[in-house]
Design a protein around this ligand. Structure first.
Ligand SMILES: Nc1ncnc2c1ncn2[C@@H]1O[C@H](COP(=O)(O)OP(=O)(O)OP(=O)(O)O)[C@@H](O)[C@H]1O
Length: 228
């Protein structure tokens, strides 16, 4: 579960990216975050995985106040949250297997667990036979599948995605969205910032619209609501 209470974010240059956000996202929900460019969507989700800290207000992830936790507890929060980006962010010198394994090594999983789990999660995202490939030998859609496998490998309760289909063609975007839906059906919370109006309007989920750093709409089975 994700909760924000009167959350404000002012960047050092004085930009008020978020202004008084109150939100509750329950376990197993699927939420789109929409809004114009510069509205504060990325900032909103960066606060969830503690890439940024709020200037004011409180954020709870699964009951933990992310601002109050000790430095050494940050890995515990991050293990519970998988993150996927528009530009995949795979390590270019590592194979697909190694990229996914790396996320388990960081949390000091045993070698035997890694050997068992990595092929499992690559199977789940539909890439069982690309273990030895390097990222630059894969299509964009395949790279995003690897990124998703990496985000999922430690069994997080929450997946956060910032424009995951932003670099993909429509067919590939739908394939990736089918995967997100499958992951959500298995109980994982999904929070996704997106500009993809077709997807939001067809795959109806909760929609949180942010404008000028404020939540201006919060609808179940909502629509995109902007012309793009
Ligand atoms: N690190 C930063 N330092 C200073 N200002 C920032 C920083 N990151 C974002 N901003 C500013 O904060 C505001 C919100 O940015 P944010 O990236 O959250 O918007 P967004 O809704 O995700 O936009 P987009 O849809 O274009 O990705 C913008 O005015 C942006 O310029």
């Amino acid at each position: 579960m994700i909760e924000m209470f009167d959350v404000w974010k002012t960047y050092p240059n004085g930009v008020n990216a978020l202004q008084g956000i109150n939100i509750k996202i329950n376990r197993s929900e699927f939420v789109y975050v929409v809004g114009p460019s510069g509205a504060g969507k990325s900032t909103f989700i960066k606060l969830m995985y503690r890439e940024e800290k709020p200037t004011k207000g409180e954020i709870f992830i699964n009951g933990f106040n992310v601002d109050r936790i000790k430095e050494r507890q940050i890995p515990m929060i991050r293990r519970n949250i998988g993150v996927v980006f528009q530009d995949y962010r795979l390590l270019p010198n590592l194979t697909v297997y190694e990229n996914v394994a790396f996320a388990m090594e960081v949390i000091e999983a045993s070698k035997s667990k890694i050997r068992k789990r990595v092929p499992e999660v690559l199977e789940l995202v539909g890439l069982p036979d690309k273990l030895k490939a390097f990222p630059n030998q894969l299509s964009g859609g395949e790279q995003q599948r690897v990124a998703l496998a990496r985000a999922l490998v430690n069994n997080p309760s929450i997946i956060i995605a910032d424009e995951p289909t932003g670099n993909l063609d429509p067919d590939t975007s739908w394939e990736i969205m089918d995967l997100f839906e499958k992951i959500n059906f298995s109980g994982t919370t999904v929070v996704m910032a997106t500009h993809n109006r077709e997807i939001v309007n067809q795959m109806r989920k909760r929609v949180i619209a942010i404008e000028n750093g404020q939540v201006v709409r919060d609808q179940q089975r909502g629509e995109y609501g902007y012309e793009n």
